[in-house]
Design a protein around this ligand. Structure first.
Ligand SMILES: Nc1ncnc2c1ncn2[C@@H]1O[C@H](COP(=O)(O)OP(=O)(O)OP(=O)(O)O)[C@@H](O)[C@H]1O
Length: 232
């Protein structure tokens, strides 16, 4: 078996949000959280609504800063990077999938996948080649020229998966990727994501309320009382 290497590591990460009401107390969301994520590995984070799952994902991706602790991504501590470097790192090394696919309305499926590759520095030809290949992988070879409004919810989410992979990221952050899908499409997206982790040696951080999907991941953590507990 091939040895996997660490892609992302959180060390003693804490985060509070300031009180929104005058005189109120800050809300402590995360307290000294440790987490490690390696390539070809999937980690699911579950927890009740408001427990801090999305906050944890945003901190892991450098979209939000933590109050204390370290977030180390491919040997770089995110807090040491300026906004431009952080954006380039996100664009080139991280893929994102959210509950809603967030496709660009004025562009077709092929362009939606191709554009992030061009932003990352690929030539138009190379970007199109990658996009075509990925859209075939997610079963959308016959939907290349459909715009967002001409695609079903499940198809849009599969375009979002192809888009997340186009720059060959080290990690995919998926926040409730099946949350708005019916059972059949959710199953399709689950299978696709987990197969891609194995095939493309990518790491997956999955936030989900779906315990069955979570249980298919290599590790399952439950966010409770501001920290991660191993799900028994
Ligand atoms: N910018 C902010 N300012 C103040 N409070 C915030 C902010 N962002 C999130 N929160 C609060 O932090 C808590 C955790 O939010 P978060 O979105 O991380 O939870 P979650 O576990 O992902 O929830 P859900 O499952 O409902 O999506 C919530 O109580 C939320 O109201």
């Amino acid at each position: 078996m091939m040895k996997s290497s660490e892609v992302l590591s959180l060390k003693q990460v804490s985060k509070s949000f300031p009180a929104t009401l005058r005189g109120g107390q800050p809300i402590h969301i995360l307290q000294q959280v440790d987490l490690s994520l390696s390539d070809s590995t999937s980690v699911a984070i579950t927890g009740r609504s408001g427990s801090g799952k999305s906050t944890l994902l945003q901190i892991s991706a450098g979209l939000l800063s933590c109050d204390s602790g370290q977030v180390i991504f491919e040997n770089r501590e995110l807090s040491t990077l300026d906004d431009v470097r952080l954006s380039m790192l996100r664009c080139r090394r991280m893929g994102f999938i959210f509950q809603s696919s967030l496709l660009l309305d004025d562009f077709n499926a092929l362009e939606n996948v191709q554009i992030p590759a061009m932003i990352a520095g690929c030539s138009e030809k190379e970007a199109q080649k990658r996009a075509l290949n990925l859209l075939q992988t997610v079963g959308l070879a016959d939907r290349l020229y459909h715009t967002s409004d001409q695609l079903s919810g499940g198809e849009r989410q599969r375009v979002a998966i192809a888009r997340a992979l186009v720059n060959e990221p080290a990690v995919i952050f998926a926040d409730e990727p099946t949350g708005s899908l019916d059972e059949r499409n959710a199953q399709l997206v689950e299978d696709l994501l987990l197969n891609l982790v194995a095939e493309r040696k990518v790491a997956l951080m999955l936030i989900t309320h779906n315990n069955v999907f979570a249980a298919r991941c290599d590790f399952v953590y439950h966010l409770h009382n501001r920290n991660l507990e191993v799900d028994a």
